[in-house]
Design a protein around this ligand. Sequence first.
Ligand code: SAH
Ligand code: SF4
Ligand code: F3S
Length: 473
Amino acid sequence: MNFGEQRNLAEEKRQALFLSQLKECIADREEALGRRVTYHITTMGCQMNARDSEKLSGVLAEAGCEETEGEDADILLFNTCTVRENANEKLYGHLGLVKHLKKEKPGMLIGICGCMMQEADEVVRIREKYRFVDLVFGTHNLWKFPELLYACLAEGRRVIDASETPDVCRDSMPVRRKVPFKSGVNIMYGCNNFCTYCIVPYVRGRERSREPGEILREIRRLADDGVKEVMLLGQNVNSYGKTLEQPVSFADLLRRVAEVDGIERVRFMTSHPKDLSDDLIQAIRETPKVCRHLHLPLQSGSSRILKQMNRRYTKESYLALVDRIRTAIPEIGLTTDIIVGFPGETEEDFEETLDVIRRCSFQSAFTFLYSRRTGTPAAAMADQVPPDVMADRMQRLIGLVQELASRAADRDLGKTVPVLVEEKDAHAPGSLTGRLGNNLMVHFPGEESLIGQIVDVELTESRGFYYMGRRRQ
Ligand code: SAH
Ligand code: SF4
Ligand code: F3S
């Protein structure tokens, strides 16, 4: 065992000790209150944050707390995102409401964690202007949660921890999954790409991959626990394993994950176009358990803007890549991300984006207005696009995306496909919602007992972004 591993193990034991002390502390509170101590986690942002929240939830459940639906809980955590300005505004909006909640419930503990808390200015703002917030920590020290929460509860003091040692024992934290039959699995953390608009590399740190053996052990445990679908998570999964002592490619990892008994579906997020290898296309093609869905963020269709964004591919190379993927796997569903109004984007640049969208027939696209993030190179660029121009382009983009998505969905109409039944259809009693391999959803009549199973469903009607269907036995 090397020095780093020894330190991690020692820290794992220390945190386990804090967790057992936390348990006693929660038991005391429970006795004083005459009821269970409740918690709620409000999660913003991407799948990475969703997975982190399952770890926070794991610690709280293990400590003896009970999860509640609403924010009116004894322990309330906000797991924040900062990728765009509106993510930050969302947190401050919540805090305004919560301040009143805490006035009526003085024993309440309010904590904020996640990507926004990796920004020094935001931490200062919370510390000075939001004095009712009791606990602050970032993504790097998530693994310290038992210790920090214990200090807060047992010693009754405000804890603001900005230490910067990532991942020490993050992968051995207890986990409480949101659903029993599917799970995210972190295969890597951080990002090294520094796209010029993006704050993620600053708040999530440098790219680091987990050892494949460790990932496979986690997935085998999940399979034993009833998980049928795993989603491999990383900001750029296509560069997985390059920095490991014994390098492993993402394609090989995918093949090995698919071999785990009990796992029926494998997904992954996100693929950076610059690193998507032909071997990966081959691995998807020859591995039936790998879902026929690829999220391939384009960001812009203009090679000039792509260069300014530091994306390291061109319009032509992106189109050629999509061609290779579609030739090898014709049934694949492609989705993408687009940023509208990056600094210097002209009408001609925007037309290039529309052109790529027309040529790729995406199944759906997440469209974002460019948001200026302090500290990123793009924030200092000249020619920031005026808001009205951005809004106009956004409207045209959404119109086109919807039209093409609806056409793409029509192609599979009438087919019978396997779907993973995920939940009751909230809008129609007696109806269920399931996910196709290509990530689209279908609503169909069925018994609740089918939730968590993979069943065959005929797609009888297309509603653009989703289907209506009926079960086929
Ligand atoms: N690692 C992923 C993306 C993570 S962020 C990737 O590279 O594909 C998710 C999406 O948010 C990005 O794809 C981008 O479209 C969008 N985004 C990131 N920073 C943004 C910003 N400053 N303004 C608007 N959208 C942004
Ligand atoms: Fe951000 Fe680019 Fe990294 Fe994605 S690849 S997280 S967009 S810097
Ligand atoms: Fe947001 Fe952090 Fe994800 S900034 S998009 S939650 S990595």
